[in-house]
Design a protein around this ligand. Structure first.
Ligand code: ZN
Length: 168
């Protein structure tokens, strides 16, 4: 299994915000910038060695002509199909979910564990009672904890790993 520093890096087109957020949570360095425009995506893809993710057929063909790395998604395929396509093409035989490798879903910064809960942080009492470990993003200040959405991510990882296994 590859560790996260060996993971490929991505840049997603404007239609792929949801998948960009998932990739970040799974630890993949993924740029997603609103209103960035195709030229800038191409430029960043090339200069930062990022695989471009797109749902736009015309743009896909243009990226191929420019010799950049690209993965194209059919508009009919599901999110799981799209993720599976990424990991298969990137030759990842397994993915994992781990807070330590996770990136902020909103801004792509690596999240950090909070050593103690600061009083100024706006954490609901109920959450504080049922969670002991918190992570946060130094850049946008978003807080993360092991709630139900983490369970959903773990379920997704399991599902994808089963499918990756069946392909081998
Ligand atoms: Zn953030």
């Amino acid at each position: 299994m590859k560790n996260s520093s060996q993971y490929p890096k991505f840049i997603a087109d404007e239609m792929l915000g949801t998948i960009a957020r998932k990739l970040r949570i799974l630890g993949f360095n993924t740029l997603y910038i609103k209103h960035i425009g195709d030229e800038k995506i191409l430029e960043k893809g090339k200069s930062e060695d990022r695989i471009i993710l797109t749902k736009d057929k015309m743009f896909f063909q243009k990226i191929l002509r420019k010799n950049c790395q690209v993965i194209f998604f059919d508009s009919k395929s599901s999110e799981v199909d799209n993720l599976l396509k990424i990991f298969t093409l990137c030759k990842l035989d397994r993915i994992s979910y781990d807070f330590f490798n996770s990136r902020c879903a909103l801004c792509n910064t690596k999240i950090k564990r909070l050593s103690q809960i600061q009083s100024y942080l706006d954490i609901p009492e109920k959450v504080k009672k049922s969670n002991s470990i918190f992570y946060y993003c130094e850049n946008c200040k978003k807080l993360y904890w092991e709630g139900s959405h983490i369970k959903n991510i773990q379920k997704l990882v399991l599902e994808i790993n089963n499918m990756l296994n069946n392909k081998n």
